[in-house]
Write a protein of this length. Structure first.
Length: 156
């Protein structure tokens, strides 16, 4: 077992028995992809849920955007990335919060990156490795923009 960085803390599964969609009521949340139990993990002040089997990550509304800009938050994404592709073949994925059929979203700058989003609660599910890819695209864009801006600034 590996050590988690200091800024990440596993809160452990919520008390209760059986997986259910009633996460707010203190019961375990079930992974929308493999139906295993999810555990709560925290990066700084943001708590997300991670599947104990496939390593997928559940972000409540806009949490993934908030964490995307934080240095080191990719450390939350610890699951086996080789499994991500096989989970994309599932025709239907249901929200672990409210049971709504989720919408598959394709990130235009990264067409290989498919995430599922709930149209009701706004939560988003990333397969193992996808949050890291999502975040790396942002870092790459910032570096390209900085180079472009710097080059145009020098030419003035």
């Amino acid at each position: 077992m590996h050590e988690l960085p200091d800024r990440i803390r596993t809160l452990g599964p919520y008390p209760g028995s059986g997986a259910t969609h009633l996460h707010e009521e203190g019961l375990n949340m079930e992974c929308p992809k493999c139906q295993a139990e999810m555990e709560s993990v925290r990066f700084e002040d943001i708590e997300v849920d991670r599947c104990i089997r496939c390593g997928g990550l559940w972000f409540d509304a806009l949490e993934h955007d908030e964490l995307r800009g934080r240095t080191g938050s990719e450390a939350l994404d610890t699951g086996p990335t080789w499994q991500a592709g096989m989970h994309n073949v599932q025709p239907k994925v249901f929200c672990p919060r409210d049971g709504t059929l989720m919408v598959r979203m394709v990130n235009t700058p990264q067409p290989e990156l498919w995430v599922e989003s709930c149209p009701v609660c706004g939560g988003t599910f990333f397969d193992a490795g996808e949050f890291t890819e999502f975040k790396e695209q942002t870092v790459g864009k910032l570096l390209r923009d900085r180079r472009r801006y710097g080059a145009s600034k020098e030419g003035e």
